[in-house]
Design a protein around this ligand. Structure first.
Ligand code: TRP
Length: 336
């Protein structure tokens, strides 16, 4: 098996929503179809248990995320689609990397620092309250995800850039200590990819509980769209599309001629109710067929399990021999 030209992980704690689709899933599926490039996509379930200690939630989310990616057309023969926990080598590498990573580097990780700050704001005596070793080690696990497959490009959101830089630092440290085993990964952040707002106007995110899940029923999808925040301009008044949440979502899904036309309708003063209906119709049209596929898949966990197991098998064709080499390089091997 070849190393990963491209690799990315999806934490399995939530139900995929429109923001996930536009920000991560759609570009990933597009790149998975590229010729001569091998993409690795995985369900980061060991990352999930850092923030979520509800087993039912993890089980449900793992199934939902896998079904979503497959329903939306991920080519699971061409790319490698697997679950992190099916690759035990990743955890072995996590320990090996932990032994060369300085604690000081981890002290600087944003996620850890944000928790300290929160404790300070809450005026807690113990600033480390509720901070687990899992959270603290998170960037090392992520480095292992990446380095295990000598991944080259890592498409991520801005919030993850620091983690990729840490993976590079860790790789450099290992290479300098034991020899040049790892290539240095690079974060790719596509500035053109829109960041969608949720129904309340803040960034669409499960932590704000403002998402529009991708595969809600038609009825519920309509209901959620009707809830999207607008201003109080009356039907005839001209409206600014550049600040409209409805328009931003519309733009992320429509064809360029439709977008152009919609801009005109904003200038002429489209009523919010009409715009909501337009957005609903567009989204429903785009999502109808994958939704059917998704509903079928969700009822066939065995089928999904088979796909993930096959993906893991292929991924391990790379990780097993590579980890063997790494262990040998650090002085751990069979004595004979
Ligand atoms: N931490 C990433 C996130 O929350 C998910 C992730 C885990 C990941 N391992 C990865 C992304 C490796 C890219 C590469 O979005």
């Amino acid at each position: 098996m070849k190393n990963a030209d491209l690799l990315t992980g999806i934490t399995t704690t939530g139900t995929p929503h429109l923001g996930n689709y536009v920000g991560a899933i759609r570009p990933a599926i597009k790149s998975s179809k590229k010729k001569d490039k091998l993409s690795y996509y995985f369900l980061a379930d060991y990352h999930a248990i850092i923030k979520c200690q509800k087993p039912e939630r993890i089980i449900k989310s793992t199934l939902e995320v896998a079904a979503t990616w497959i329903a939306l057309g991920l080519d699971t023969d061409k790319s490698i689609f697997y679950r992190q926990t099916d690759i035990p080598e990743i955890l072995e590498l996590t320990w090996i990397l932990s032994c060369i990573t300085s604690k000081g580097l981890m002290n600087r990780a944003h996620a850890y620092k944000a928790s300290l700050t929160q404790n300070r704001i809450d005026k807690r005596k113990d600033l480390e309250k509720n901070i687990t070793m899992g959270l603290f080690n998170y960037p090392i696990l992520m480095a292992a995800d990446i380095l295990m497959f000598n991944a080259d490009k890592i498409p991520v959101g801005k919030d993850q850039i620091q983690h990729i830089e840490m993976a590079r630092d860790i790789a450099v440290k290992f290479n300098n200590t034991y020899g040049k085993y790892f290539i240095l990964p690079e974060a790719v952040v596509d500035e053109k990819i829109p960041i969608l707002s949720g129904v309340d106007g803040r960034k669409m995110s499960k932590s704000y509980d403002n998402t529009i899940p991708l595969f809600e029923s038609e009825k519920h999808l309509r209901k959620l769209i009707m809830k999207i925040k607008t201003n109080s301009l009356s039907p005839e008044e001209p409206k600014d599309y550049s600040t409209s949440i409805l328009f931003a979502i519309y733009q992320a899904f429509a064809e360029s001629n439709e977008i152009k036309e919609m801009k005109e309708r904003y200038k002429k003063g489209i009523a919010w109710g009409v715009m909501k209906q337009e957005l609903f119709e567009l989204l429903n049209e785009v999502l109808k067929q994958p939704r059917q596929e998704y509903n079928k898949l969700i009822k066939s966990p065995d089928y999904i399990e088979d796909i993930l197991k096959k993906g893991a098998q292929r991924a391990r064709e790379y990780s097993v021999p590579f980890l063997g080499k790494i262990k040998k390089s650090i002085g751990i091997q069979i004595i004979r």
